[in-house]
Design a protein around this ligand. Structure first.
Ligand code: FES
Length: 65
């Protein structure tokens, strides 16, 4: 059995997802991914949602953690 995926909230940034995950869009269609580690946007400003494109830094996104 494969190790379960691990999701880590990156301070002032994205959610880092490590391991095998089945990403789907709002309609349930698979979202292709090329890496075993992906960064999911949680600032809402990325132009490549659901993935982080680094915009959070320029926007000054801050988290409470
Ligand atoms: S968290 Fe990085 S662009 Fe949104």
């Amino acid at each position: 059995m494969a190790d379960p995926a691990r999701i880590t909230a990156y301070p002032d940034g994205p959610l880092l997802v490590r391991g095998e995950v089945d990403l789907r869009d709002a309609a349930g269609r698979p979202i292709p991914q090329n890496r075993r580690t992906v960064a999911l946007c949680r600032c809402g400003l990325s132009t490549i949602k659901p993935f982080c494109d680094g915009t959070h830094k320029a926007a000054g996104f801050r988290t409470d953690d």
